[in-house]
Design a protein around this ligand. Structure first.
Ligand SMILES: [Zn+2]
Ligand SMILES: [Zn+2]
Length: 346
């Protein structure tokens, strides 16, 4: 099969012909029909993720068709249209048994712990626990765009952030995660403030539900601005970018008893950011992480999509071919364009 391969961290990936994957006894092989481009792939390529063994094929936001299933697989067969969460649970450990596959102790991640979906085919383990059937009307590109950023935002807003109607929600950073969070929080009935450095992204944020925007490049004190708009601070706030400044602001702009959810990855030199711990105590703030979403929780999100309350297709950005993926991957370190780039031609 054709795949995007890198042999060394930080060195240009190339298109290579590599052996086709085979399904594990409890796994499947999926013919990739669409795969999203994500900043995590860039982090992996840069060597920020110590789970990667070289040579490596990146890609973790995938949708496609099952082409082969192992002997132990009971729920899936060739021909079914599927997607999968980026954190693949083992289905057997304490966390999986308690319903928290997203933090499985033995999780695998396509494109990190093994070869991913920047290829014609990808192997996924523990298929019965992790595969998600796609609604017939959902395009593969839309399904791939759910894979990491949209589902992570769904869990961050709904399950971790526990957003309720009428609350103020601040979203710091309007990339794929941030825009997804804005759409989801608005659908939940919250008043959402979008914060970013570019007016272009903020204008788009308004179109998908933000009621107020703050351009951080023109606002000397973002925390003060959020507190003014919300009359005291956000109930829930999210760092969707993953930067010491946005993380700090997201905690500092909360009102008493507010919830901060960290979704943007903090890796390398940013792994241990400053936290206003004085505020965390005095205001009884909650600091939460959010890491993907369990396959069984997709149903609630899919129902909201089917009924038009969520429109992830609006967040699909550029569509490119696998041949264009190496250059696009290397460019992910810079600022992204609007929406989620997806490889749709293999
Ligand atoms: Zn597990
Ligand atoms: Zn991702």
């Amino acid at each position: 099969m054709k795949a995007v391969v890198f042999e060394k961290f930080g060195e240009a990936p190339t298109i290579q012909t590599v052996p086709d994957p085979k399904p594990a006894a409890d796994g499947v092989v999926i013919k990739v029909e669409a795969t999203g481009l994500c900043r995590s792939d860039w982090h992996g390529w840069m060597g920020h993720d110590d789970g990667i063994t070289l040579p490596h094929v990146p890609g973790h936001e995938l949708a496609g068709i099952v082409v082969a299933a192992g002997k132990q697989v009971t729920r899936w067969k060739a021909g079914e249209r599927v997607t999968v969460p980026f954190a693949v649970g083992c289905g057997r450990c304490f966390e999986c048994n308690s319903g928290n596959h997203q933090v499985c102790e033995h999780q695998t991640q396509p494109g990190f712990t093994g070869w991913g979906s920047f290829a014609e085919y990808v192997a996924i383990e523990h298929a019965d626990t992790n595969l998600v059937r796609l609604p017939d009307e959902m395009e593969f590109a839309t399904a791939a765009s759910l894979g990491c950023r949209f589902v992570t935002s769904f869990r961050a807003i709904v399950d971790q952030g526990r957003v309720t109607p009428g609350e103020w929600v601040a979203v710091h950073g309007c990339g794929g995660v941030g825009l997804s969070a804005i759409m989801i929080a608005s659908a939940m009935g919250a008043n959402v403030i979008a914060i970013d450095l570019t007016d272009e992204k903020l204008d788009f944020a308004k179109k998908i539900g933000a009621v107020a925007t703050i351009n951080a490049s023109k606002t000397p004190n973002v925390v003060k601005a959020v507190k003014q708009i919300t009359n005291g601070g956000a109930h829930m706030s999210m760092d969707a970018l993953g930067h010491p400044t946005t993380s700090f602001n997201s905690i500092a702009n909360l009102r008493r008893r507010g919830r901060h959810v960290q979704v943007g990855l903090m890796l390398g030199e940013h792994a241990r950011p400053q936290v206003p711990m004085d505020k965390v105590i005095a205001f009884e703030l909650e600091i939460l992480g959010s890491h993907g979403m369990q396959a069984y929780r997709y149903q609630a999100m899919m129902d909201m999509i089917r009924n038009g309350k969520l429109k992830p297709e609006l967040l699909v950005g550029k569509r490119i071919s696998l041949d264009e993926a190496p250059a696009a991957l290397m460019a992910m370190g810079g600022f992204e364009g609007i929406g989620i780039g997806v490889v749709t031609k293999f």
